[in-house]
Write a protein that binds this ligand. Structure first.
Ligand SMILES: C[S@@+](CC[C@H](N)C(=O)[O-])C[C@H]1O[C@@H](n2cnc3c(N)ncnc32)[C@H](O)[C@@H]1O
Length: 412
């Protein structure tokens, strides 16, 4: 069965390209490498194409400027695959793009201690709206536009031999709008849809991911390096892991020699996986007492502070607080509140580790919000490290720089 036969209602890509004219400003941005063309910057479309049709952007002199994927139902009307000299979007193109993405990951792709990583990071790897995470021999695909659907066979024909995976799962996506909405549920594009979690290694520790039902693709791969840093800080201390999800920070802390690890999340299935992830490393985490609390992080932090509980390391890694520009102010208030609540449960001399994954919130504003919240609540922070993206989450355009983390010693 071809990959496409597993996708009901999806036709092969049309041979007919859609000619697109855009504003001068949009043309400049596309030529400078920006991957998105919004609907309001399009001045004419040759014909009404379908999602996934190839759209060719022409300049004022009718010269080829770029080519991308059309999505008539998305405000991002065209996602640019290539700008510059004319280029065909064919098997060689997918092989080149995916091969380059894997090369960018350097030694991570052959590291037996880490068998899960992001192979394709959308826009940042020149494949806008397409994410592929690898968990051992399973690849998990997430698409943020229906425009990818007709091109998945070409992508998989390149991806599978280049990575050697033997299973490919396409996760459903609410972002896929329009008539091709049959993808709210996961589909196996190669091999079976697993009815069990997939085991993998992360910097020498064992984990599992529910690649069918888990959040995102099953595990937050972007925090791998920060988790290893927390593991290095945790020895002999107590660690509070707030917004722990499947327990990445918790497991690293316990394996790093923490005496006590407390994992907090709103999702009971995520906490169940966190417990299982601890169990998978039982020999290395035996010295740590592990407990979990299912609840709202703001409430749990408030009640921990009220009870006088204190920790040597407090990790705060919330979900994105701003999906739109008008939510940035509210997001920054949320970060400030979390800083205050976190500082109330860190022992003097302990470490606060706070992250933001809101791409709308810039790095400077995030760090300022933490610093202001600390000083308003009477604490001093000594910054130890500011970290950003791991090698498998390259930043290819300004909006791609979403992850920011501060490590700071509290009241040193
Ligand atoms: C960015 S993920 C955290 C990733 C995690 N730290 C890791 O390393 O895998 C955000 C987590 O916050 C949880 N969450 C969302 N809202 C919450 C809330 N109000 N209180 C507690 N947890 C919440 C989600 O269930 C999700 O697991």
């Amino acid at each position: 069965m071809s990959h496409l036969q597993r996708l009901p209602h999806v036709e092969p890509p049309s041979d007919r390209r859609v000619a697109v004219r855009v504003t001068n400003d949009a043309l400049r941005q596309v030529r400078a490498g920006h991957p998105w063309l919004f609907d309001q910057s399009i001045t004419s479309l040759g014909h009404d194409g379908a999602a996934g049709d190839l759209a060719v952007v022409f300049d004022q002199k009718r010269r080829f400027a770029a080519i991308g994927l059309l999505d008539p139902d998305s405000p991002i009307r065209v996602r640019i695959l290539h700008a510059g000299a004319p280029r065909a979007i064919d098997d060689d193109f997918w092989i080149d793009r995916i091969g380059a993405a894997l090369d960018r990951r350097g030694s991570l792709v052959d590291d037996p201690a880490t068998t899960a990583y992001r192979c394709i990071h959308g826009e940042n790897d020149g494949l806008p709206g397409l994410v592929v995470d690898r968990y051992a021999d399973t690849a998990v695909v997430k698409i943020y536009t229906a425009a990818w659907l007709p091109h998945l066979p070409g992508v998989l024909d390149a991806l599978v031999p280049l990575t050697g995976v033997d299973r490919v799962v396409l996760r459903g996506s609410r972002a896929v709008q329009g008539p091709r909405r049959a993808f709210a549920h996961p589909v196996a594009l190669l091999g079976d849809l697993p009815d069990h979690p997939i085991g993998f290694a992360e910097t020498g520790l064992q984990f599992e991911a529910d690649v069918v039902h888990g959040q995102k693709t099953g595990h937050f791969l972007d925090q791998r390096e920060n988790r290893a840093l927390v593991g290095g800080l945790a020895g002999g201390g107590s660690v509070l892991d707030v917004f722990c999800c499947t327990g990445g920070f918790s497991v690293h802390a316990a394996a790093g020699g923490a005496t006590e690890v407390h994992s907090v999340d709103l999702s009971q299935p995520a906490l169940d996986t966190a417990k299982e992830n601890m169990r998978r490393n039982s020999e290395r985490v035996a010295a740590a007492a592990h407990r979990t609390t299912c609840g709202d992080a703001f409430d749990v932090l408030t009640s921990l502070a009220r009870r006088g509980e204190r920790y040597d390391v407090v990790v705060i890694d919330p979900p994105s607080f701003a999906s739109r520009a008008d939510q940035v102010g509210r997001a920054l208030s949320g970060y400030r509140r979390l800083t205050e609540l976190g500082l109330a449960v860190v022992r003097p001399g302990g470490m606060l580790v706070q992250s933001s994954c809101s791409s709308r919130v810039d790095e400077a504003s995030f760090h300022t919000s933490i610093r202001e919240a600390a000083s308003e609540s009477g604490h001093t922070l000594a910054e130890w490290r500011r970290t950003a993206h791991a090698i498998d989450h390259p930043v290819g355009f300004p909006e791609g720089a979403y992850l920011k983390t501060l490590f700071a010693q509290v009241d040193p």
